[in-house]
Design a protein around this ligand. Structure first.
Ligand code: FPP
Length: 237
């Protein structure tokens, strides 16, 4: 396999450990989330340097609405601020921002900021940053099934014609390739309702580092580990 082939085309990250980082530093939880913005920048720099074309970040799950309202509000504000502050640099770097998840539950203000970031960065050629916001796999799959059922009801597709490709095309991630490498920080080893369909053949990497401490070197370590993995996709060599 060529060196080029060993670089993941799509890296997805579960950014975990902000709350624990805040606790360790005697800070409020929202300060842990705010400290999680710099590692996003670092990951983008490292991804661009390696030639990774898609970077998906699990920023807010459908379950996260159950957190204290002050924390949810702080996260919404952080997303709005971050997309506004970072957009000029993202444009400069050629980063195209996209979203997956059900954004209809966000306030009009949050939806507007997210849409502006997508519009302003559209056409960026270096890499696509996919933010998973109000996202969970089960919700995504449920929405996809409803959409396919509606098409079947309208006579547009016969049940027997529904294939893996039909389902993949109905998911939020339809425009993107499956993740090659999924990273979860903070030592937790679970998927927590993230990209369950898309992770079928992904490699996993679970570093102990808490997300606010995640650096370009940690991203490099993940890519280097990926390069050592032997992916067979259920086949023999
Ligand atoms: C999980 O850590 C992290 C989140 C739910 C929020 C992630 C958001 C950011 C990193 C903010 C920056 C992101 C963007 C896209 C601007 P946790 O709170 O579950 O940590 P814990 O398990 O230690 O409590």
């Amino acid at each position: 396999m060529s060196e080029q082939k060993r670089i993941p085309q799509h890296v997805a990250i579960i950014m975990d450990g902000n709350g624990r980082w805040a606790g360790l530093h005697g800070k409020e939880r929202y300060e842990g989330h705010a400290a999680g913005v710099e590692p996003v920048r670092a990951s983008l720099r490292a991804a661009a340097r390696w030639g990774v074309k898609y970077l998906t970040l699990y920023a807010f799950s459908t379950e996260n609405w159950g957190r204290p309202s002050a924390e949810v509000d702080a996260l919404m504000e952080l997303f709005c601020q971050s997309v506004v502050n970072e957009t000029p640099e993202l444009i400069r770097q050629g980063v195209e921002v996209r979203m997956i998840g059900d954004r209809s539950r966000f306030s009009e203000k949050v939806q507007k900021y997210l849409a502006q970031a997508e519009e302003r960065t559209a056409g960026g050629k270096t890499l696509t940053l996919i933010l998973a916001l109000n996202y969970s796999s089960r919700d995504e799959i449920t929405r996809a099934v409803r959409q396919i059922a509606r098409r079947a009801e309208a006579g547009e597709i016969a049940p027997g014609e529904i294939s893996e490709a039909t389902i993949g095309a109905a998911l939020d991630t339809a425009p993107y390739p499956d993740p090659d490498l999924i990273v979860r920080t903070s030592g937790e080893q679970r998927l927590s309702n993230f990209l369950l369909w898309q992770a079928s053949y992904a490699e996993f990497w679970f570093p102990e580092v808490l997300w606010p401490d995640f650096t370009e070197r940690d991203f490099d370590a993940a890519v280097e580990e990926y390069a050592r993995r032997d992916r067979r996709f259920g086949l023999v060599k």
